[in-house]
Design a protein around this ligand. Sequence first.
Ligand SMILES: *Cc1c(COP(=O)(O)O)cnc(C)c1O
Length: 367
Amino acid sequence: MVNKNIYVTQASLPPFEEYIQEISDIWQSRRLTNMGEKHVKLSDELKSYLDVDNIELLSNGHMALELSLQALKLEGEVITTPFTFASTTHSIVRNGLKPVFCDIKASDFTIDETKIEELITDKTSAIVPVHVYGNICNIEAIENIAKKHNLKVIYDAAHSFGERYKNKAVGNFGDVSCFSFHATKVFNTIEGGAACFRDKELGLEIYRLKNFGIRGPEVVDGIGANAKMNEFAAAMGICNLRHIPEQINKRKACYERYMNQLRDVDGIDLNSIQAEVESNYSYFPVVFYDEYGMSRDDVFNKLAEQNIHARKYFYPLTNMFDCYSGMYDANKTPIALDISKRILTLPLYADLEFDVIDKVCEIIRKK
Ligand SMILES: *Cc1c(COP(=O)(O)O)cnc(C)c1O
């Protein structure tokens, strides 16, 4: 048995002294929030690291999604997937829009681009696909569909910090790509997020919406929220960003250690890195098919007995949430429904001990 509790993720922190050094300026400036020096610095550094032209920092990834959808002034229906975190669906519903759920592909869990067009009606205004587990959606097909039907595309890129596809940085896809910098993600600002976008006017709208819709000292012409990233969060981001390449390398080593031991296990599916994708190794999901002989829940319980707490990500599907009871039919997204009952996300973070990985693999190998 592993002596301490092991969770699916563990927040990355910079060396303590480094953070203290970074925040010491704040005692001079007395500027704690409202787009101060740290906010500006992190914004510039992320623009460069994420290789995007435009970025707006926000208090969290959810507000990045919610305010991006609001800034686009969407109406009617939005096509999305139910195999995601609550935030994706909630951001649509909280904007008064109707989510229309498209199924996913069993191969990489992203939206099945071949099933999008049949869901488009004269009310459809946008598509919100998710780069789930850092797997990149079929951006070419989605872009073609969006162009053909005049739809906006807002990517939930919460899992894909720093990734590239065909050497293009992921934040450049769609009208907006939204990142999460939550404590549990590859890169964190404690809580935080960002929207990356093509159109500078749209960015200005997001900027205003994160600050109550204030346009000027005497003009408030938007019904905004308060979703500003504070200076302490931005300072954490500045520090964490310095260590990101090393953090991703350590994740990669964990990923490979899992892969090497689980690759030949019958009846399970591992999440292989897609072709032409530079991965951030954010998650290690495993799908347990009937041939494996044990159910997902059995494996979950066996791991828990050893103090290893894997997560049933993503289960239940968002279209099965109690708050949406009676509104959607999960049987219309059968692959997502089936995967949600079979998938387990294993612990994966930069400082995860190899011993724990070996123990997890031993259990899954039933040896
Ligand atoms: C984490 C996450 C979000 C929300 O981000 P927060 O920063 O926690 O608000 C949105 N979508 C997905 C897929 C996520 O995993």
